[in-house]
Design a protein. Structure first.
Ligand SMILES: NC(=O)C1=CN([C@@H]2O[C@H](COP(=O)(O)OP(=O)(O)OC[C@H]3O[C@@H](n4cnc5c(N)ncnc54)[C@H](O)[C@@H]3O)[C@@H](O)[C@H]2O)C=CC1
Ligand SMILES: O=C(O)/C=C\C(=O)CC(=O)O
Length: 360
């Protein structure tokens, strides 16, 4: 065990977990002291969300279905205005990280309590981190006002998430846990949750891949996503998240798929500097090589492996290396511009992760 020397700040809302737990929605809205809920969704999930609105009857005062990836400020402003006009006293975000992110943008401006009902594995519902995009730039920040007060995790709502998105979304969650293990401010509770998260995701994902309607496998991965989101919410992000934010924000690459491709390479970059974290990641994935275990898990489940398959061009690599090295997040290994370029080149090609001592 590492030297015990840490600060631990619990940051959590109320969590209701279980297949069928959506049935408790009205009880949970009332527990917030709310009577007028505005429901948020993406346009694609409007149909599913209307069914949820019916559970609440008159307590659902409207549906705003404009959530899109990375929370454009114009959409946030429109949703805030709808919430004000309808005199909403809570917002219910049903969907993935984009919808939860829209809820956070409303809460940031209004203190409206958020009840989140995640339908992907992104984990945003457990963090006080928000992101808003303005003039082509994504600004992220942390504010406790945006942390959802209540989260209902119902695995039944994830059955419709296509397998390819389920795989990449769960590896987005796995990335929160993996980087949490070597965060500067990691603590024993976060580390326990991180290792358990990685194990649950590693065990559950093959079941979803084999049968997307397997409720037990869905529940296991959602449980892992809850823990992983809690880790992201309680410790700092490092190189991997910085690279993904650069690639998503400046090159418009899809969020979860980018996480899936970059993670093995970011772990390999940090392997020598964070041996204890690597041992825990490997142990959770029943392997002896953490970067390789993540690379193989993604490959076995048919996930994309190369950034060029997501539309990145060779010419983008230098620019991405430049941006990612300019204002780095804290990282266990110092950020070396040439080594970051090599990491990105490997992720671009989809080659296996290369550790410091490996021959190219
Ligand atoms: N602030 C934070 O702590 C975090 C924020 N994020 C943010 O979340 C966003 C990405 O969120 P994701 O969940 O990856 O994707 P998403 O929320 O954009 O959803 C992707 C697509 O899947 C659809 N979808 C969601 N659940 C579905 C289901 N069960 N069945 C069928 N379709 C479904 C959505 O309608 C959407 O069209 C990014 O903007 C990212 O930055 C992600 C993780 C943590
Ligand atoms: O953009 C945000 O909302 C902030 C954090 C994340 O997206 C976390 C992640 O990279 O999955």
């Amino acid at each position: 065990m590492d030297k015990l020397d840490f600060t631990y700040v619990p940051r959590a809302g109320r969590v209701v977990f279980g297949a069928g737990s959506l049935a408790h929605l009205e009880r949970e809205v009332l527990a917030l002291g709310a009577q007028r809920a505005l429901i948020l969704s993406t346009p694609e999930q409007r149909g599913a969300v209307e069914a949820v609105a019916r559970i609440l009857g008159d307590r659902a005062v409207g549906i705003f279905d404009g959530a899109v990836m990375h929370v454009p400020i114009e959409v946030a402003r429109e949703a805030r205005e709808v919430a004000r006009r309808l005199k909403a006293d809570c917002a219910i975000a049903i969907g993935g990280g984009s919808t939860v992110g829209l809820g956070k943008a409303i809460a940031l401006d209004s203190d409206l309590p958020i009840l989140a009902i995640p339908t992907t594995y992104a984990g945003s519902e457990m963090t006080a981190i928000y992101g808003i995009t303005e003039g082509g730039l994504k600004r992220t920040g942390t504010d406790l006002r945006v942390l959802p007060r209540t989260v209902i995790y119902d695995p039944m709502l994830t059955l419709s998430l296509p397998v390819d998105m389920s795989v990449t979304s769960a590896i987005n969650a796995l990335a929160h846990a993996a980087e949490g293990l070597y965060a500067r401010d990691v603590n024993p509770i976060a580390a326990l949750m991180a290792e358990e998260a990685i194990a649950a995701i590693g065990e559950g994902l093959p079941g979803i891949h084999a049968n997307p309607q397997d409720v037990d496998a869905r529940a296991k991965v959602l449980y892992g996503a809850w823990l992983a989101g809690s880790v992201l919410g309680s410790v700092g992000m490092a190189l991997h998240h910085k690279l993904c934010h650069t690639l998503g924000g400046s090159f418009n690459l899809p969020h979860a798929a980018t996480h899936t491709i970059v993670l093995p390479h970011a772990l390999a970059y940090n392997a020598d500097a964070a041996p204890q974290a690597m041992r825990r990641i490997a142990r959770a994935l029943k392997s002896d090589d953490a970067p390789r275990a993540v690379y193989d898990l993604a490959g076995k489940l048919g996930a994309p492996r190369s950034l060029k398959d997501l539309g990145m061009t060779l010419a983008d690599i230098d620019k991405a290396a430049e941006i990612a090295s300019a204002n780095p997040y804290w990282n266990p290994r110092p950020i070396e511009r040439e080594a970051i370029r090599t990491l990105l080149q490997n992720a671009f090609e989809g080659s296996p992760p290369q550790q410091q001592g490996d021959k190219p």
